[in-house]
Design a protein around this ligand. Structure first.
Ligand code: DX5
Ligand code: ZN
Length: 215
């Protein structure tokens, strides 16, 4: 059974508390939080105060996805805000190993996110040290985009790398996950499915989360 991580980016920000409550009541495993800085990605979302507020209400694991430059500057801030998993982009880190150590040093699980054009083999010398790979299946920056089919090959490649290295990293797929493609994505080797638009545009989001969970 995949872990399901609804993405709050697609929630109604005017009634965030109700949406967090909905996720609490659902079979979701994690709550995915997308932080964008308008520099690493061409969009700006929300940041530390919103995550700290969500943390006061949420009962699920907070999975924070940083789409920001220089993420190493804010690691202890995100720990204080309540992040359980903290993912940084490989494309944004010159000293990725040090950044991963810093994340662990703050008591969080460390994730590395990779863009659609970034080859899986670049993870070879970090995979044994991390807890999660957030594999982007759309170009980061916006919810509601279409899944890039080439991701399926990358999932299989990553699964092979994880097996070879004895890594415990989970494979998370982020972007364009729908009820239609979720089965194929899980069959390819994914452990965690992020779903923004699919959950929040559903007439019954709790039921949609259960359907994704049952894939
Ligand atoms: C995109 C974000 C995703 C986004 C997914 O940059 O990283 O987490 O919320 O949204 P959907 O599921 O709508 O593609
Ligand atoms: Zn994300």
């Amino acid at each position: 059974m995949p872990l399901i991580a609804p993405s709050l980016l697609s929630a109604n920000f005017l009634r965030l508390e109700e949406d967090v409550d909905m996720i609490n009541r659902s079979e979701a495993d994690w709550l995915h939080l997308d932080v964008m800085d308008g520099r690493f990605v061409p969009n700006i979302s929300f940041g530390l105060p919103v995550i700290a507020a969500v943390n006061r209400k949420a009962t699920k694991t907070l999975d924070v996805h940083l789409m920001i430059v220089e993420p190493e500057k804010y690691i202890s801030d995100f720990a204080k805000a309540g992040a359980h998993y903290l993912s940084v982009h490989i494309e944004a880190c010159n000293h990725l190993h040090r950044t991963v150590q810093m994340i662990h040093g703050e008591g969080m699980k460390a994730g590395v996110a990779i863009n659609p054009h970034t080859p899986v083999h670049l993870l070879k010398d970090i995979i044994a040290d991390i807890d999660l790979v957030c594999m982007m299946s759309v170009n980061p920056g916006f919810g509601g985009q279409k899944f890039i089919p080439h991701t399926l090959k990358k999932i299989a490649e990553l699964r092979a790398l994880i097996n070879e290295t004895g890594s415990k990293a989970l494979i998370e797929i982020d972007g364009g996950v729908t009820l239609e493609n979720a089965g194929t994505i899980v069959a390819a080797g994914a452990d965690v499915l992020v779903a923004g638009n699919t959950v929040f545009s559903a007439s019954d989001p709790v039921a949609m989360i259960s359907q994704l969970k049952a894939i």
